[in-house]
Design a protein around this ligand. Structure first.
Ligand code: UTP
Length: 644
């Protein structure tokens, strides 16, 4: 049975602390406003390797300090799991969640090796909830239950409350990963909305190393619920209700707009509101250490704002820093001046393109008879660092350097064992032992790439467009990066060539597809998709025509482009940042072609007519490996550091 890897972060409550349980009081008093919080997954978390384990639950854990626990084993029966859950302790969480999964989904056993933990425990980061989510997700994946993140959250919560530990309902929000999530609490109902940050936010959380009595804080604040009896109670309701809702609406807008200065100011305002209304009812909320550091004029130089964390008191403080550099200075200062250990939290604008498709199922007739032996994507090239790699690895590395997380290769079904042998099978120990260190690292890199790959079979080589269409289900309704399986790139600036295309796609607000283009000689346009259009920026054409492999005559008649005072030609370089609308157009092409080939270029031309397509003149060179004479040139030039 194969292992699979999981990572679950902890979570920090950025705004709205205490409103979660306050909103829960709507069960008895509907005049209370629903609670709203924004939480975010932390950079730190729990890593695990998991696989099915018939008949028992087997868990091993590695604590933050590197200590490995003894292995916990329990038979996969409801009674034994429930007993272990009720007994308490670290493994009770796993037993509690396993009992729930067995009861509701009839799963069998599981082995979980939590081989690394970077999450500080007992720092209000919900390490227990992270562990429960990890167990729920491991069952979900091992038994292919198809549960949504929301359902995993429920399983994690039910599992945790089967143990003696108490947890809040917002703790399991870490299931959404390292993104901010808005959660609303209305009596027993919770709704969860992942937010899409419009920019990067650099937070620093510092342990105030003070004292904090969470039970006392909760008891003092809860005394005002469910019905307000005094004007002060009414103030508490207002602070955790209407005022909280107002601040959270503004905070959500600031997150989505990428407005770090605005979000920092809101943190400071939230603390002021909290102090004004809640401090008078709870001595613990005077929190002298928190207020001293928030009022420190030196700290203000590096931050846009800050506030207390979690239940507040002298537990932790969070700051929104002006930059990565100012965060570094603040961290050093807090450690030096106050002896406060810190950890960083990044909230990042998500990449607009997370997936890449690389079709490599072509027949490779132009490289025959080599392709009778091996698919052409396994042809060797030597990279500038002197390592011999198959073409496909270099192309996948190009895609990953553009920021994508997952890559699908469209392959001929009979080639799958070859791809798996290369990317997903460990090197034999006797070979590994003989490799120099650099190549040992390379072996690890290849396996790391293998974890991000999906293979999609193309049973009949019905063209490049047909291969792309087969990836539709895997890509879903998102923009994606498409790379040819036989073109290599060398950037002449710091960003990879694919990264340049993706960034330009993002810069135009993801509103139109962008293809990489380069200047080509008239004699060679017959090999490539050729484009024409109007310059809208120095390096960007708004395309007016996309033409597959034109003759010289056709190119001269329809496809000239004026550039730097001369007539020239531009061809697509094999890198496309495409909106998902391409799939519908490819389907139309497929319907028109009957059993014939489906090419990308006509669909790209249709996409251009529908919603516009831009061409970016990339900074860099591309190398074809699919034509013998050009491949021979590529082998010579690609490894040379002189090429640009
Ligand atoms: P090419 O146009 O170079 O075709 O494909 P080919 O079959 O690889 O090579 P020749 O023309 O027979 O010599 C461009 C890319 O699209 C993939 C190829 O593997 C290559 O990466 N492709 C092409 C598919 O995946 N499926 C196909 O049916 C055709």
């Amino acid at each position: 049975m194969r292992f699979f890897d999981l990572f679950v972060p902890g979570r920090v409550c950025l705004f709205g602390e205490h409103s979660d349980w306050a909103g829960g009081h709507r069960r008895t008093n509907s005049a209370i406003a629903p609670g709203v919080v924004i939480i975010s997954g932390t950079n730190q978390g729990m890593y695990a390797r998991c696989r099915k384990q018939p008949g028992e639950l087997v868990v091993r854990s590695t604590l933050t300090d590197g200590t490995v626990t003894e292995t916990f084993r329990v038979p996969m029966t409801l009674e034994r799991l429930q007993q272990e859950a009720a007994a308490g302790g670290f493994f009770s969480y796993a037993a509690g969640v396993a009992a729930y999964m067995l009861d509701f989904f009839g799963v069998d056993g599981l082995e979980i090796d939590n081989y690394k933990t970077t999450l500080p425990v007992k720092k209000g980061l919900s390490s227990s909830a992270a562990f429960c989510v990890l167990v729920a997700r491991a069952f979900n994946q091992a038994y292919q239950l198809g549960l949504t993140t929301r359902a995993e959250i429920e399983a994690a919560y039910q599992g945790e409350i089967a143990t003696p530990s108490r947890c809040g309902r917002m703790d399991q929000g870490c299931a959404y990963g390292q993104i901010p999530v808005m959660m609303t609490f209305d009596g027993d109902r919770i709704s969860v909305k992942p937010l899409r940050p419009g920019g990067d936010f650099y937070l620093l959380i510092a342990d105030l190393c003070g004292k904090k009595d969470t039970v006392q804080i909760l008891s003092d604040l809860n005394a005002a619920f469910p019905f307000a009896k005094t004007p002060r109670d009414t103030e508490v309701h207002c602070c955790l209700g209407a005022e909280n809702q107002r601040l959270l609406a503004l905070a959500r807008a600031a997150v989505e707009a990428g407005d770090a200065a605005g979000l920092g100011a809101l943190m400071t305002e939230a603390q002021a509101v909290f102090d004004q209304h809640l401090m008078p009812v709870c001595e613990e909320l005077k929190s002298p250490r928190l207020h001293a550091v928030l009022a420190d004029a030196q700290v203000a130089v590096w931050v846009y704002g800050g506030k207390g964390v979690g239940s507040q008191g002298d537990g932790c403080v969070q700051f929104l820093c002006k930059s990565v550099a100012s965060r570094g200075e603040l961290e050093a200062y807090l450690q030096r001046q106050y002896g406060m250990p810190c950890f960083e939290l990044d909230i990042k604008r998500p990449a607009s393109i997370c997936k890449a498709v690389i079709p490599v199922a072509g027949l490779g007739t132009r490289m025959f008879p080599y392709t009778k032996a091996v698919p052409k994507t396994f042809l060797p090239v030597v990279t500038p660092d002197g390592i011999a790699k198959p073409v496909i690895q270099v192309i996948i590395e190009e895609a990953l350097a553009a920021g994508v997380e997952e890559v699908a290769l469209v392959i001929q079904p009979e080639d799958e064992p070859r791809f798996r042998a290369y990317f997903q099978t460990d090197v034999r120990p006797e070979t590994l032992a003989k490799l120099p260190t650099a190549l040992k690292h390379e072996a690890e890199r290849v396996m790391a790439i293998g974890k991000r790959l999906t293979f999609i079979p193309q049973h009949d080589a019905k063209g490049f467009g047909h291969a792309v269409l087969l990836a539709e289900k895997w890509v879903g309704n998102e923009a994606f990066l498409l790379l040819l399986g036989d073109h290599l790139f060398r950037s002449s600036e710091t960003r990879s060539v694919a990264r340049q295309v993706v960034e330009r796609f993002e810069a135009f607000g993801d509103s139109q597809s962008v293809v990489g283009i380069y200047e080509e000689t008239l004699a060679r346009v017959k090999h490539y998709g050729t484009v024409t259009g109007e310059w809208i920026e120095e390096d960007t054409l708004q395309l007016r025509r996309v033409f597959e492999k034109p003759t010289e005559d056709e190119a001269q008649t329809y496809l000239t482009v004026a550039r730097h005072g001369k007539e020239t030609y531009f061809c697509v370089n094999g890198i496309y940042a495409l909106r998902s609308g391409i799939f519908g157009l490819l389907r139309q092409q497929a319907a028109l072609s009957g059993t014939g080939e489906v090419q990308l270029t006509p669909a790209l031309e249709a996409l251009r007519q529908d919603e516009g397509v831009k061409g970016l003149v990339v900074c860099g060179t591309h190398f074809d490996t699919g034509i013998p004479s050009i491949y021979a040139e590529t082998v010579g030039k690609f490894g040379s550091s002189l090429v640009h």
